[in-house]
Design a protein around this ligand. Sequence first.
Ligand SMILES: [Zn+2]
Length: 196
Amino acid sequence: MNTYKMGLQSFFALVEALEQIPAIGKKSAQKIALSLSVENKFLGLKVAHTLEEAARNVRVCERCLGLSEAEICEICLDCERENGELCIVAHQRDIFILESMGEFRGRYFVLDSKAQVQDIDFSLLARRIESESITEVIFALSPTLANEAIMLFVEDTLQNSNLRFTKIAQGVPTGIGLDSVDQLSLSRALSARVKI
Ligand SMILES: [Zn+2]
């Protein structure tokens, strides 16, 4: 490390930390570090404070594996959302997208796309289907080969005569996440869901 860099240890420690965030490259990390530590110190301290609070408080809901600040999230606790529909999503952030549309009134289950099919907690899913009287499992996954395989596997594993399995309709392009789909297309895909 050159002497100039040696004299800016705090700055480059911040750059290095930022570089570890997915989707932030070296140039962006330097820009953000400059902005937060020099140009807008107030924002920098606000980010530091809110980040610390979020890291301390945000966790995963024990029932749906979505984000929560308590053991069980608001959606899982809301009796009015016990309408027999369980929507399976790939990512926790997919819940934000579907909630912002405001059309789905059931509950969720997050697969976490990093997980392999064998990592899906089927006993948790089966318990929920039983205790929440689930009648329809809706897959809100983008139509990739891997996701098709997951849907079939989940359907196979949970198979029961009282349960209907549906997926959001075509119109959601192949191979991209829900966050890249416009709301109208997603809303249509959800209301025109098809039986698997
Ligand atoms: Zn939950």
